[in-house]
Ligand binder design. Structure first.
Ligand SMILES: C[S@@+](CC[C@H](N)C(=O)[O-])C[C@H]1O[C@@H](n2cnc3c(N)ncnc32)[C@H](O)[C@@H]1O
Length: 250
């Protein structure tokens, strides 16, 4: 495999092939949905919402027109969709394939009185026409796709020419004391806390395992370029714990 060619996709422990992997991912997120937001705040020391808000602010220039459309891919409980709805003059949609996550998302959208259209759909087969979004964004979702190449193709397909993708993902800080401390936290403490609070064994061990298997930032940028995005950049935040990748459909 060349480094331009993405590996197949996520493969949670014990799964083989795309269908099994997708089924395991959906089951995992369905199981942790009731405690998902609480664990996000707890395990990220509440940084997670500021990462999503920052992502939304950086994508906001493309959402200034009332006719603009943004999509939160793998929206989970809709935190990024909600952040986008605060910076957009147009419409915001969110899709996810785990029904229980969408139930929580819908309750939050209603409680916050925001307009976000939620749909239960597979990010690998999006129920949208070609070229209909100005922005497609994803927060901590892309890494969980069972077919990365197809995921990128779908994002590219549903974006308008000139539209922008923004993919926020975990990364591993590279060197120094903070990197060592962070790795200890991420590999050892986080899975244990996640298991106790969610009451479910697998998902919070899957998190560090899937981040370690995901490509580095430079390689991921090359994947974006290979599928047809231009002006591809990334920036790392919070000591390199997360990175936002951006690119434009040319
Ligand atoms: C780590 S959560 C991220 C949720 C949310 N974006 C956030 O910021 O917290 C990953 C989400 O991706 C969803 N997901 C994974 N593969 C998917 C697919 N093929 N289609 C739709 N959703 C998918 C899961 O159901 C889960 O809700």
């Amino acid at each position: 495999m060349s480094d331009q060619e993405p590996p197949a996709g996520t493969r949670p422990e014990g799964t083989q092939g795309e269908t099994e992997a997708a089924r395991a991912v959906r089951a995992m997120f369905s199981a942790i949905a009731p405690r998902y937001d609480l664990l996000n705040r707890l395990l990220s020391f509440s940084f997670d919402q500021s990462w999503r808000r920052r992502t939304a602010r950086l994508l906001a220039p493309r959402l200034a027109a009332p006719a603009s459309r943004a999509l939160d891919l793998c929206c989970g409980t809709a935190d990024l969709a909600l952040a986008l709805s605060h910076v957009s003059a147009g419409s915001v949609a969110g899709v996810d394939f785990a029904h229980p996550m969408l139930v929580h998302a819908a309750a939050k959208v209603a409680a916050e009185q925001r307009k976000v259209l939620l749909a239960e759909a597979d990010a690998l087969r999006l129920p949208f026409a070609d070229g209909c979004f100005d922005v497609v964004a994803a927060a901590f979702g892309f890494r969980n796709l069972a077919n990365y190449q197809q995921g990128l193709r779908e994002i590219h397909r549903v974006l308008k020419p000139g539209g922008e993708v923004g993919i926020l993902e975990f990364t591993l800080p590279e060197e120094g004391f903070f990197a060592a401390l962070y790795r200890f936290y991420f590999r050892r403490l986080l899975p244990a806390i996640g298991r106790v609070v969610s009451g479910v064994r697998g998902p919070y061990s899957y998190l560090p395992a899937s981040v370690e298997k995901f490509p580095g930032c430079d390689e991921f940028n090359r994947w974006l370029e290979a599928v047809g995005f231009g002006s591809v950049t990334y920036e790392r935040w919070t000591g390199g714990a997360v990175a936002l990748h951006r690119g434009c459909k040319v």
